[in-house]
Design a protein around this ligand. Structure first.
Ligand code: ADP
Length: 671
């Protein structure tokens, strides 16, 4: 039974069971003040109930704000009411809400109906109220059993209805402001935040969460859907614990943490983040760390290998140059070729570990591909993989960092190897290199399983891998793409499932010729203008080698095992050039050079340095500043004599014809 406060008259009149003059009026005002001060709907209901208790006897009531924003509402009281009583009360509310155009939420009763107490008392008192925005609501009260509300009681309830209207209006405004502030705050957060309502459905989310959910479960709007429907079953995840997982659709890494929102009953907050880049950076750092450890280890190994290799290569070349017997010559040529092969393996390992400094030189792809394929020769043989290599004749070099370009080739070839190992024979790897329009194009093709179309645009992104955990990092092709870009080039793929894959690397051609390769077995040549040479090296075999090789052609070779001994030799006699190791016990090559620079400055420009292993930053800086040529061990005798000839020639040009220094102190005539 709906009423209206206006039909009850302009003011409350004394009379009736619940109305008793000034005292009641005071109580009503107190109640109104108390209701007005409620901070949230729960407090509001509680205070409303208390006020009605004091002013009126009721068994159930509900205030329906009528703004359509509530899914369900608790009916206060009703504990002593049976199912039938509840049914009648709800039915009357329903009819009034229809008549007053109030959107009715689902009504929830506080407790199970008590048995045997279905009898209902007087009809309900239902009063509509309006807020300032014109939105209507209802206050519905069911008087207690046996209470018949008189006009005073009806006015009382009508007053409380108006009070409820005022409170709800204020709350709604406040709520809207709070929501706006909350949404603005959520938008500031770098992670995705999703708020779920009591039913577990998405009630609010920030932009980041919207994007992440679209990545994870498709573009349909998330609002109103449950997390299960979005493919994130929270029920199976521990509360308030960060869980990391991979997206099924995109292979990206995400973290999720959920918890109940404090002070909101059943509402839940979900924090979702895309941590792919972070994890990527971490893995990259680990990878870099690993590479640096490998690099350090390799530089030690290289040092130990390069010194004996220098002697093997040098002596075999020396013997070869002196050999007249055809069979011996053949055998020695083989020794030289094998020593050079061993040298290439060491160099390749160092380049792959990237312990060499970046550079921009003319790089012959022909040589580079040949060396990488040689590195894979054994695994290819084991896996029965046929390899074809077709470099175009007169292929121009490319300008770049040899080590970085080698890394590209290693990645492409090892990916092809992986693909071929898992498919039927015949297994073929075909590498071609051609020139067109000022660019060099390298094609690496295999007839392995190929790449599904859906993966084609993702394989160059970091951390995309289809290989088992531990077998792939997903970094190889990303690194290739970056190196290609660094060199002003591009890398593409063509592939179809079942038909293999072809990677195409395009690099700008370089017009400067690549450095000449020393052919195995080339005999050492005489060094013009080199009459007296000082060799400083702590390796006995190496000193002996240079002594034998160079004195053959008339150069007098004096040797010293360290810098201090070398200084003594220099003080005792003049030299046309100095060949010095850099790393030596006692006075090292750099300190030795510094001493010479101070005492005989002209001689400081006639040094050729030998580096036995990977150069560290100090050594690189030293070599750059002093400008002296350097040769990494092991080198061919031809390379050494070529370099010495240049140094001797520069000596002639720079100092005139005078190469001899006055007895005992070359520094005095230095210019
Ligand atoms: P990883 O080798 O560590 O997986 P890459 O970036 O080198 O990382 O390769 C990414 C993915 O590209 C591989 O996991 C594989 O699925 C695919 N791929 C690369 N090369 C080939 C190839 N030759 N044949 C088939 N798939 C390939």
């Amino acid at each position: 039974m709906a009423g209206d406060a206006s039909e009850l008259g302009p003011s409350l009149q004394p009379g009736g069971s619940a109305w008793d003059g000034a005292e009641e009026l005071t109580r009503l005002m107190e109640s109104c003040r108390s209701i007005a001060g409620a901070a949230n709907p729960d407090a509001f209901n509680q205070r409303m109930g208390l006020a009605m208790e004091q002013l009126f006897t009721w068994s159930a009531f509900v205030v329906i704000p009528g703004d359509g924003g509530m899914e369900s509402l608790d009916v206060q009281g009703g504990r002593r009411l049976g199912a039938q009583g509840r049914h009648f009360f709800a039915e009357e509310i329903r009819q009034s809400s229809r008549a007053e155009s109030v959107t009715l939420p689902h009504l929830r009763w506080q407790a199970e109906p008590a048995t045997g107490a279905d009898a209902r008392g007087a009809p309900s008192l239902i009063f509509p109220f309006t807020g300032r925005g014109g939105r209507r609501g209802l206050l519905a009260v069911l008087p207690a059993d046996g209470v018949v509300p008189d006009a005073g009681a009806r006015r009382l309830v009508a007053s409380l209805a108006q009070q409820a209207g005022v409170w709800w209006e204020r709350w709604r405004h406040g709520e809207e402001d709070r929501r706006t502030a909350r949404d603005a705050l959520l938008e500031q957060l770098p992670c995705g935040v999703i708020l779920l309502d009591e039913g577990g459905r998405v009630a609010a989310l920030n932009g980041v969460a919207g994007r992440l959910l679209a990545q994870l479960s498709g573009p349909e709007p998330a609002a109103g859907r449950s997390m299960e429907q979005l493919g994130l079953p929270l029920g199976s995840l521990p509360r308030n614990t960060e869980v990391e997982f991979s997206g099924c659709r995109d292979q990206r890494r995400y973290t999720l943490r959920w918890d109940a929102l404090p002070g909101t009953g059943e509402s839940i907050s979900v924090v979702l983040s895309d941590v792919t880049a972070e994890r990527g950076a971490r893995e990259q750092a680990m990878q870099a760390e690993k590479m640096s450890v490998i690099g350090e280890m390799l530089s030690g190994v290289a040092h130990e290998l390069n010194n004996p290799l220098a002697s093997v290569l040098g002596f075999s070349q020396l013997l070869l140059s002196q050999c007249t017997d055809e069979r011996q010559h053949e055998r020695l040529s083989l020794v030289v070729a094998e020593a050079q092969r061993a040298r290439r393996v060491v160099t390749n390992l160092l380049d792959v570990a990237r312990v060499r400094p970046p550079e921009r030189v003319a790089v012959s792809l022909d040589e580079l591909v040949t060396s990488i394929l040689a590195l894979f020769a054994y695994p290819f043989r084991v896996d029965d993989i046929e390899v074809e290599w077709h470099p175009a004749p007169n292929l121009p070099p490319v300008s770049g960092d040899r080590a970085r370009l080698q890394q590209v080739m290693v990645n492409l070839v090892s990916n092809a190897h992986h693909a071929l190992r898992h498919c039927d024979k015949p297994r073929r790897l075909i590498v071609r290199a051609d020139e067109a329009a000022g660019r060099v194009r390298l094609q690496v093709s295999d007839n392995g399983g190929g790449i599904p179309e859906s993966h084609l645009d993702r394989i160059f992104t970091p951390f995309f891998t289809t290989k088992a955990v531990g077998a792939g990092t997903g970094l190889g092709l990303a690194i290739c793409a970056r190196i290609a870009e660094e060199h002003g080039g591009t890398i593409h793929v063509r592939s179809q499932v079942g038909e293999g894959a072809t990677f195409l690397l395009d690099l700008p051609a370089c017009r400067i010729p690549a450095p000449r390769q020393v052919k195995p077995g080339a005999p050492p040549v005489e060094v013009a203008g080199l009459r007296r040479l000082l060799v400083v090296d702590d390796e006995d075999a190496f000193r002996q080698l240079l002594q034998e090789a160079l004195s053959e052609h008339g150069t007098e070779v004096v040797t010293a095992a360290d810098g201090a001994a070398a200084l003594e030799e220099m003080a005792a006699g003049s030299f046309d050039a100095v060949v010095s190791d850099l790393r030596m016990p006692g006075m090292n090559g750099m300190e030795f050079h510094e001493q010479v620079k101070q005492r005989w400055p002209a001689m400081a420009r006639r040094f050729v340095f030998i580096t036995g292993d990977v150069m560290d930053a100090d050594v690189r800086a030293f070599l750059e500043s002093c400008g002296a040529p350097h040769l990494p061990k092991p080198f061919g005798l031809q390379e050494l004599t070529d370099t010495l000839a240049r140094v001797a020639l520069a000596g002639h040009e720079g100092t005139g014809a005078v190469l001899d220094f006055p007895e005992g102190n070359p520094g005095e005539t230095a210019t």
